[in-house]
Design a protein around this ligand. Structure first.
Ligand SMILES: [Mg+2]
Length: 370
């Protein structure tokens, strides 16, 4: 059977229920979604035609019965996808895909150059808490050519813009005094131009701004290096006061030279567990994909996100209704039992992991190579 459905898809045009015979086995219809056979493309709120012309819209969700229903295409590199020409806009994660924070991954630079030659627009989409210009400069220092990219959207850039513009009701009501959790060894994040007052006394704070996990910002622009456990204690005071948090990097951990570093998303997750309200300014939130789609001026049907985090990159692409390619050699490499760069992952292990993470890639790559 093709559907184990709780609701048949409804074709608004014909006012009839429809069934796409190419819909993969094991998908459950929830509300009007896409019955496209490319099962990872699960638009959250979309309508229209399947990009492969299989049927009209329906909304689907995978049956959570076992990992065997998870389906994707395994590729050795991106060349076939790129030359197919379907994807006009490529949203590229940086850490774990293009570089490890210290060095470019083997083949990443030439792969970008080859992709650019196909005419694809490339946008860096990153949960970095840094501004877009800082990220692009870092890319240049690592040996990447910034002119290859149509633009850069970072979590830090989005946060900066929303805090500066205040044209969103939630941000307009936020207040200006903040507890600032930031970096020390990696370099503090500048709040210049935002009109914020950094305080280190929770009783005077309107909200928490989380850019990093190494230090507490001081009122005099200095930072006080602090252990993660001590930042957690400050969160407990903030939760008791009931102030919201803006997290300018929703990652839980990141890969640096094959070591994992705790990121601000871990603070945000802890804060939610304490009952605090969190504004997540990056992947997997739709907010950052909408910004990237706007920047690339592309139809979501022609966009693909490439990333190494099932929780952020792939889940975010699923929620945004765009295709995705999962790079196995990044943050999940240990879970997948991968010992060396570009080692081909075992498909059944990827299926199990994707199933556990509730994140469904369209394609799986050993690494971001041509
Ligand atoms: Mg990554």
């Amino acid at each position: 059977m093709y559907f184990s459905s709780v609701r048949e898809p409804w074709d608004e045009a014909t006012k009839k229920t429809v069934r796409c015979t190419k819909t993969p086995v094991g998908r459950r219809l929830v509300v009007g979604v896409d019955s496209c056979p490319d099962i990872s493309r699960r638009p959250a709120e979309a309508s229209g035609k399947c990009p492969l012309d299989h049927s009209t819209f329906t909304m689907m969700r995978p049956m959570m019965t076992n990992p065997d229903v998870v389906s994707f295409q395994s590729l050795g590199g991106i060349r076939g996808l790129a030359e197919m020409g379907r994807f006009k806009a490529w949203f590229l994660d940086q850490f774990g895909v293009l570089h490890d924070g210290k060095n470019p991954y083997p083949g990443a630079i030439s792969t970008l150059e080859n992709l650019a030659k196909t005419g694809a627009k490339m946008v860096i989409i990153s949960n970095s808490s840094r501004r877009a210009s800082v990220t692009l400069e870092k890319m240049r220092n690592l040996g990447f050519d910034p002119s290859l990219f149509a633009g850069t959207i970072t979590s830090g850039e989005l946060t900066h813009q929303y805090l500066q513009r205040r044209d969103d009701a939630w941000f307009a009501a936020l207040g200006t005094s903040c507890i600032h959790m930031t970096w020390s060894d990696r370099g503090a994040v500048s709040l210049e131009g935002l009109g914020l007052q950094v305080v280190d006394d929770v009783t005077k704070a309107d909200f928490i701004l989380a850019h990093g996990t190494e230090a507490l910002g001081r009122p005099n622009d200095a930072v006080l290096p602090m252990k993660f456990e001590d930042l957690e204690k400050i969160l407990e005071q903030c939760a008791a006061k009931g102030i919201p948090m803006v997290v300018a990097n929703p990652d839980y951990v990141t890969v640096e030279a094959r070591a994992l570093r705790v990121m601000p998303g871990t603070l945000a997750s802890k804060y939610e567990k304490l009952g605090g309200e969190v504004k997540w300014m990056g992947k997997p939130g739709k907010i950052i994909y909408d910004a990237a789609i706007k920047l690339a001026d592309a139809d979501p049907l022609h966009c693909i996100a490439v990333g190494d985090s099932l929780h952020h990159d792939i889940k975010g692409a699923n929620a945004a209704g765009i295709s995705s390619a999962f790079v196995a050699c990044g943050i999940h490499s240990t879970e997948l039992g991968l010992g060396s760069f570009a080692e081909v992952p075992d498909a059944s292990r990827v299926r199990e992991l994707a199933y556990r993470c509730d994140a469904f890639p369209s394609y799986v790559l050993p690494a971001f190579t041509w």
